[in-house]
Design a protein around this ligand. Structure first.
Ligand code: NAD
Length: 417
């Protein structure tokens, strides 16, 4: 990913394409192509054996013209400031595409969490938050989970920030455990939204999700939930994978069993015997109707875009298709539902969580899921209409909408001073 691919370059190229369609003013284009704030921190953690180890982390805020900045925190050995900036930029467009009042941000720490104990990860989290807390806040910048972080990490972030404020600030972070001010439905929100987008796309393609063959790359929060809900809608999930590799069975895989009895355990999904083992690369090229990459960036590029067999590709991950892959997939008539639309369900329910925290009034799960579905369907419809109007691909259409909303807000507010 980042070490091999220029993800920020990819994000900037995408912005340039949208800027051309919008005939965006050159100065405004320049403003939007840069992050408003990048914080790089190096901090020590005392490990369980008493040794001190130094870690590098980032928090990047891309644009706040539509509201406080919002974006996940990623713990992964390959992160760097440029990749984090690209992810922050995508968050800006994503929040604008689904029309929620946030700008974009992203944070990350260069760490392989598997090498450290839970206690060490807790200490790393608390120190990282302390190093970046001057730019966090429920009215300024609100983190959430991403790769390598989860509800427990968010609880530690909330607690650390609150200890330093002197009172509990649940709204400073979303994706918290439900009993600490989290929202019902948040854990499943991204995967659920991915499937709403898949269904909307299927409708326009005369495809039926019920009976369709689905392959999901990445069996974490997003991938496992998307696989589960796809199965609930009658789809056959024929292939899944995690960082180690994939498993494939054309007759279908039992998602609930794989989630409950294999994922996250010693040996993981590879231990499941009624399937063929495949590599992550092979998985993407297997026969299916719907392909959902839900792992990391730049998985489909010019080397394999020609080999994808799916008719519909729904981006659960951020940036799974490179700029070159996009062109090939578009020319081959494969419909790609872009990340900033397809995986926006997570930030939508994060927004609901934040609203609930600010009001100290909590919703029932049905209300969360209904409102999520409505927002996803509305956004899908708007992007679909823009795609048809401009006769372009869906990513460009989503960027046209997202970039226009942010540009309009910037112009309306005016440039200070
Ligand atoms: P996660 O850590 O829960 O799961 C990631 C999965 O990907 C794991 O199964 C892991 O084994 C697998 N993986 C890691 N490296 C891989 C590799 N090189 N090849 C194949 N698989 C690999 O993370 P998540 O929260 O599910 O996030 C997955 C993607 O979705 C990321 O791109 C993230 O930015 C994006 N996303 C997440 C959310 C959210 O709410 N969690 C929202 C929007 C977008």
């Amino acid at each position: 990913m980042s070490a091999h691919h220029d993800v920020l370059g990819m994000a900037r190229e995408q912005l340039s394409v949208a800027a051309k369609y919008l005939d965006l003013d050159a100065g405004l284009h320049q403003v939007l192509s840069k992050p408003m704030r990048q914080l790089i921190v190096n901090f020590p953690v005392v490990l369980d054996n008493g040794e001190v180890m130094c870690f590098e982390g980032y928090r990047v805020q891309h644009n706040s013209s539509r509201g406080p900045t919002k974006g996940g925190i990623r713990y992964h050995p390959d992160v760097d400031v440029n990749e984090t900036t690209a992810l922050a930029m995508w968050m800006t467009w994503k929040c604008a595409v689904v029309n929620i009042p946030y700008g974009g941000a992203k944070g990350s720490v260069k760490v392989d969490t598997k090498q450290f104990s839970r206690r060490e990860i807790e200490k790393l989290t608390r120190r990282y938050v302390t190093e970046i807390n001057m730019i966090l806040g429920e009215r300024s910048d609100i983190p959430a989970p991403d790769i390598g972080t989860n509800a427990q990490t968010m609880a530690w972030i909330m607690d650390t920030f609150s200890m330093q404020k002197g009172y509990t600030v649940p709204g400073v972070v979303t994706g918290k455990p439900v009993d600490l001010g989290g929202s019902l439905g948040r854990v499943e929100a991204t995967g659920r939204g991915v499937i709403v987008a898949t269904e909307e796309a299927a409708k326009t393609m005369n495809m039926n999700l019920g009976g369709a063959k689905v392959i999901v790359q990445g069996f974490g929060n997003v991938g496992a939930t998307a696989a589960k809900i796809a199965e609930e809608h009658g789809a056959t999930v024929v292939g899944i994978s995690d960082a180690v590799g994939g498993i494939y069975n054309p007759k279908g895989l039992p998602i609930a069993e794989l989630t409950n009895r294999y994922a996250g355990r010693e040996g993981g999904i590879q231990e499941y015997k009624e399937a063929e083992k495949v590599t992550n690369k092979e998985l993407l090229e297997l026969d299916c109707d719907v392909l959902i990459p839900a792992a990391i960036a730049a998985q489909i590029d010019e080397s394999n875009a020609n080999k994808i067999k799916a008719k519909l590709l729904v981006e659960g991950a951020n940036g799974p298709c490179t700029f070159e892959a996009d062109k090939i997939l578009h020319d081959r008539g494969i419909h790609v539902v872009p990340d900033i639309l397809a995986n926006a369900g997570g930030v939508v329910v994060s927004y609901f969580e934040w609203v609930q925290d600010l009001q100290n009034f909590f919703w029932e799960e049905d209300r969360v899921n209904d409102q999520l579905t409505k927002i996803m369907q509305r956004a899908y419809g708007q992007v679909d209409a823009t795609m048809r109007q401009h006769k372009t691909d869906m990513r460009t259409a989503a960027l046209i909408i997202g970039v226009k909303r942010v540009a309009d807000a910037t112009v309306r507010r005016g440039i200070f001073p």
